[in-house]
Structures are given as structure tokens and as C-alpha cells.
Design a protein around this ligand. Structure first.
Ligand SMILES: Nc1ncnc2c1ncn2[C@@H]1O[C@H](COP(=O)(O)OP(=O)(O)O)[C@@H](O)[C@H]1O
Ligand SMILES: CC(=O)N[C@@H](CCC(=O)OP(=O)(O)O)C(=O)O
Length: 317
């Protein structure tokens, strides 16, 4: 029955009216789609789930709205969603406008004093505000926060790690890049208890007035771990993890933690996927129950992952 939906190529139709126009689904099929979701709805009601929405998955207005609809639906059926967003491509664009080239080391942006100010501006001032508006307009009360609000994310400096072919790991100073040392879970839980959806920018509060730029994958993992979340869902711009990026058949629907570590060390996992997988492993070690990397380019990826028997994406087990 889900296949019936796939047959009408749901990836190319964009709103309920369009779907209705394209589909010949019988009433029974429509009902069975809803019934397939029933055990998941029962299981997940009241559970906290952290969603990481990566900048590379924020492709079109339509897709952004579909992600927001999914979060709205999750909230309406009693799930406690917490959204952590990225926005790397927008930061890069802004830096380009002022003539600055972006450099990354092991997936992390080299961040000087000017860059951290711009990261804070783009993430908190643009992307966060946009997401909050979209959720609010769907009738979901959302609160935008950076890690500085009530010290939501305390942080200190993080050195980038470079895994050399000889097995050695080198550490490199990449400026105002931070790692989370503490999460103000009370603030998040207070907001959730009062019916709000927290929307978090990956900016950390360092000592004094120091600001840190933190990779959003790490923030999502720390938040999920600190909350003991039922699930961490990483929305990105690829179907999940591949053993060879050029070979679609090498897609892995699940992968044991130990294997993921080896894939980072031997260079199978590269670039932006490194912080994502490191973050996922950390989240599992900190008490997050289940973690999946899913394709944010797929319309309604969150709903398909959560409420269908097959699910999508790569689960780290
Ligand atoms: N083994 C791998 N499997 C899947 N993706 C990989 C792998 N190694 C590197 N990548 C890259 O990681 C990218 C995802 O990271 P990134 O672009 O930073 O996403 P986001 O903006 O969502 O955080 C993929 O688009 C892909 O190009
Ligand atoms: C230190 C570091 O790399 N910070 C990231 C923060 C944004 C982010 O993580 O965005 P995505 O999720 O879209 O990649 C950056 O400056 O790009």
C-alpha cells in the first residue's frame, strides 16, 4: 500500500490536492496507510525526539514547508520534538559576499573572529527566525534559541582531528569552533512541558562573552543525549551512508557502531558526513535510544521514517 503511493511518484507531487489528483488510492488503502501508523503513534506519544535539519537539506521552499508540516504533525500527536538546525551553505554564501573563502578541516569550518560573528548572525538571525515563523504559521508555537539563551549550550574550544593514513590522529586549532560541555535541559523541558517547540541554533556560550561556532550535528547529538531522547533524526542531503559514494547499490540501511568508526578511520566516510557519524555515535553512547540519518530531500522524510514499517535512511545500531 505504501508501494501504491510510491507508484504515483510522491517525490514529484507537492501538496495534498495534487496527491489526490494523481492518485487512485481507494478509501481502504488510505485507511490502511493511517492504520499502519497507529502502533508508531501509540509508541511515540509523549516521547522526546531531536531532529537535526541540515543546511544542505534546506533546498526549496516546498521541501522546507514539508519538513515543518512533519514536525507539526509529530507535535499534534503528542511527540515532543526539539529541532536543531544547521545552515552551513548560507554561512558560506554570506562569507563569499564579503570576499571570504570558507575552509573546512574534517568537516568543520575554520572560524576566525569575523566568521563566528557572521555564523551567529546567519544561524540565529536568519535561519532560526525563518524556521520559527514557518512553524508558527502552521499553528505550532515555536521558540527560537541560540546556545547563548540561558546558557542553553555551554561550550569550550574544540580542536579538529585529522586521521592520517598511518593511523595517527593530528589535532589542529581551527579558531572559534566549540564543543558542547553542558546542555540546559531544564530550559528545553520547561518549553516542551508548556507546549512549545524549541528551535536551536548551533552557537555555544564560552567563558565570559566568548562565542563558539559548533557543528549542528554535534549540537543535536549532545541535546539528544542530555535529554535521553527516544530518537535522533538527522535530515541531510543524501539517502544515508554508502560504502562507496559513486555506487548507489552500496547504500547501508543499518550499520553497527564499530563499523561506522572504522569507516571514518579508513576514509570511507568523508567531509560533512564525519561530524554527523561522530555525533550519532556520541548520542548513542550518551543514552539516545535510536539514531537515523535520513534524506531531507525526500518529501515528508520524517513521516516516512517514523510512521511506516519500512522506514528510510541509515540506522546506526
Ligand atoms: N560514506 C558516505 N556516505 C554518505 N555520504 C557521505 C559519505 N562520505 C561523505 N559523504 C558526504 O557527506 C555529505 C553530508 O554532509 P553535509 O553536506 O555536511 O550535510 P548537512 O548539511 O546535512 O550537515 C553527503 O552529501 C556526502 O557528500
Ligand atoms: C564548526 C562548524 O562547522 N559549524 C557549522 C555550523 C552550521 C552547520 O553545522 O550547518 P550544517 O548542518 O548545514 O552543516 C558551520 O559553520 O557551517
Amino acid at each position: 500500500m505504501i508501494n501504491e503511493l510510491n507508484d504515483i511518484n510522491i517525490a514529484t507531487v507537492h501538496n495534498p490536492a495534487e496527491i489526490a489528483a494523481h492518485t487512485t488510492l481507494s478509501a481502504a488503502s488510505k485507511a490502511s496507510i493511517l492504520i499502519e501508523a497507529l502502533p508508531y503513534i501509540q509508541k511515540f506519544a509523549g516521547k522526546t525526539m531531536v531532529i537535526k535539519y541540515g543546511g544542505n537539506a534546506m533546498i526549496s521552499e516546498e521541501l522546507k514547508n514539508k519538513v515543518m508540516q512533519d514536525i507539526a504533525l509529530m507535535k499534534c500527536i503528542g511527540i515532543r520534538p526539539v529541532l536543531v538546525h544547521g545552515g552551513g551553505p548560507d554561512i558560506t554564501d554570506f562569507l563569499e559576499k564579503i570576499g571570504k573563502t570558507s575552509t573546512f578541516v574534517s568537516g568543520l569550518r575554520v572560524t576566525d573572529a569575523e566568521t563566528v560573528t557572521i555564523a551567529q548572525m546567519v544561524l540565529g538571525g536568519k535561519i532560526n527566525a525563518e524556521i520559527v515563523s514557518r512553524l508558527n504559521s502552521l499553528g505550532i508555537p515555536a521558540i527560537g534559541l541560540t546556545g547563548k539563551d540561558a546558557n542553553l549550550l555551554k561550550a569550550h574550544k574544540k580542536l579538529a582531528e585529522i586521521h592520517e593514513a598511518n593511523g595517527q590522529t593530528n589535532h589542529v586549532d581551527i579558531g572559534f569552533v566549540g564543543e558542547v560541555t553542558a546542555v540546559n535541559t531544564q530550559l528545553i523541558n520547561d518549553l516542551l512541558d508548556n507546549g512549545y517547540v524549541p528551535v536551536i541554533s548551533p552557537i555555544g556560550a564560552g567563558k565570559g562573552e566568548t562565542t563558539y561556532n559548533i557543528n549542528a550535528d554535534y549540537v543535536a547529538a549532545e541535546v539528544a543525549g542530555a535529554l535521553g531522547a527516544e530518537k535522533l533524526l538527522m535530515l541531510t542531503n543524501t539517502k544515508g551512508i554508502y560504502t562507496s559514494l559513486d555506487d548507489p547499490k552500496s547504500f547501508l540501511s543499518s550499520i553497527p557502531q564499530a563499523e561506522a568508526t572504522i569507516m571514518i578511520e579508513n576514509g570511507t566516510i568523508q567531509g560533512g558526513m564525519i561530524p554527523k557519524v561522530e555525533a550519532v555515535l556520541h548520542a548513542l553512547q550518551c543514552g539516545t535510544k535510536r539514531v537515523s540519518i535520513i534524506d531531507g530531500r525526500e518529501p515528508h522524510a520524517l513521516l516516512l521514517e517514523l510512521f511506516t514499517n519500512k522506514g528510510i535512511g541509515t540506522e546506526i545500531i
